[in-house]
Design a protein around this ligand. Sequence first.
Ligand code: ADP
Ligand code: TPP
Ligand code: MG
Length: 339
Amino acid sequence: MALGEFDLIRRYFQHPLAQPGVHAGVRLGNGDDCALLQPGPGQVLAVSTDMLVAGRHFFPDVAPRALGHKALAVNLSDLAAMGARPLAFVLALALPQIDEPWVQEFAAGLLALADAHGCALVGGDTCAGPLNVCITVFGELPPALALRRDAALAGDDLYVSGSLGQARLALEALRGRWRLPEAALVRCRQRLERPEPRLALGQGLRGLAHAAIDLSDGLLADLGHVLRASGVAAQLDVPALLASPAVGPDVRALALVQPALALTCVLAGGDDYELLYTAPVAARSALERLGRELGLELSRIGRIVAATDAGPQCSLVDERLQPYALPPGVELKGFDHFA
Ligand SMILES: Nc1ncnc2c1ncn2[C@@H]1O[C@H](COP(=O)(O)OP(=O)(O)O)[C@@H](O)[C@H]1O
Ligand SMILES: Cc1ncc(C[n+]2csc(CCOP(=O)(O)OP(=O)(O)O)c2C)c(N)n1
Ligand SMILES: [Mg+2]
């Protein structure tokens, strides 16, 4: 007998973390008309939603365990970028049919990441339709410490965590536009399909960083959101960026044979899920300590400056702050669903 909607939910989406009395932030989990959440004293809720659409955000034949992971990871990445701690999430899922082994794997990837970050699945909606996964996350944080996009100040340093471009490189390879050695493809595909949300970094940046954003659409595009919101401009030190750990070994190897594609991956790659943030110069040593504590590379890649008549723009500069000339063929436009 085929499984019905409610059996499916009971079997795969009852999260032990959401059972009564298990999670301090969850007063009531799923099963009623609403879940009831309780942020800690002095904390407010941080809320964000992101949808993953088959063919648009992922290949329809992607491993279901990876899809479950990524659907939650991209949402937790938004909490990280705000400096919030995860509490709970709801899952809206459209499935073309009930394929139990598929759902079991999907739920395993989803709930493993949820458990790793203490984020309880407290509700959702399940229906038949083209494969689509929409998650809304709820986190908590003291409101005065939120890392807002509009808080960058002229004089701030500009930083990025981890490394950029591997997810885009994997996408280019999977689409047959670039051939990668097998081992490099495995590593880059891991970055595309199983991003790790930088939650510890986001919370560590509270009180140190001014503005932050997570990189989903590409470095320059997402930096643009911060600059517009803050009414400032930026100088991106391209040589510093290219020499930094933000360019990992696989993109560095690509740069030797195809520099324009490597620069596209770094500057406009998309799907990176690293944090971009600004911080005052006085925070440099505290940030170095934080990076060491977390075992995460934090690269200083430029600075925030006052907006000029040209508006809230990012200029690409060399070591002497002169315009940096990119090789022909570099694509700088970030991901836009309708462009
Ligand atoms: N359909 C919508 N209705 C209301 N607000 C939306 C909608 N889509 C996006 N937004 C808001 O617009 C802002 C930018 O969205 P987006 O680029 O998706 O952010 P992110 O990269 O953090 O996911 C966010 O604050 C988001 O909440
Ligand atoms: C099959 C497939 N095609 C394209 C991409 C690349 N891609 C799709 S959406 C996206 C940007 C992030 O998605 P969006 O919906 O803009 O997320 P948000 O900025 O709202 O977090 C990228 C780089 C992909 N990951 N998989
Ligand atoms: Mg979004």
